[in-house]
Design a binder for this molecule. Structure first.
Ligand SMILES: [Zn+2]
Length: 171
């Protein structure tokens, strides 16, 4: 029975392993980019810390953080078996996240980290990225495009009552 449980737990954990470079998560963010007309991004560029996406002109790095691997305040948890191992591992991940963020910022990058669960609130994610693109004084092209996208976003958010769970509101 103990074995069964730990195996179940293991597969549960493994299903969340690919916090970084997670195909499904990246595709969800790409869908948001498309929906709101956000252009100028590159996927998995070779930049320190391996951001999921960068906007080279805006010097913006975007990370989507898996709730388990990056200890999301809502869904983060430490597996009961091998607790010591997981505590250390998760602490290392958080430390690495901080290091990456500090480093990128010291080189003049903007950094946006998005929790995996926040991807459910598409307009909110789009808004964060657009705001950063517009304030970072990117090239005219990006600015024009994101202004257009901003308009689209506005009409989308005003015309739709978004079904948002209380959990994503807390984020
Ligand atoms: Zn979460």
């Amino acid at each position: 029975m103990v074995d069964m449980l730990s195996r179940a737990q293991r597969s549960y954990v493994m299903s969340r392993v690919k916090g970084r470079g997670n195909e499904a998560t990246e595709l969800r963010l790409i869908a948001i980019f498309r929906q709101f007309g956000i252009w100028g991004w590159r996927r998995r560029a070779k930049v320190f810390g391996n951001p999921d996406f960068i906007f080279p002109e805006a010097h913006l790095a975007v990370f989507v953080d898996g709730c388990f691997w990056h200890s999301c305040p809502i869904h983060g948890e430490v597996p009961a078996s091998n607790r010591g191992f997981w505590l250390r591992k998760l602490a290392r991940n958080r430390e690495r996240d901080r290091l990456v963020m500090r480093n990128l910022r010291s080189y003049g990058w903007h950094v946006i980290r998005i929790w995996q669960h926040e991807l459910r609130n598409r307009p909110r994610v789009a808004r964060r990225i657009l705001r950063c693109l517009e304030s970072s004084g990117s090239s005219r092209t990006i600015l024009k495009r994101s202004v257009d996208a901003g308009r689209k976003l506005q009409s989308w958010t005003t015309s739709t009552s978004t079904p948002v769970s209380s959990k994503s509101l807390r984020a």
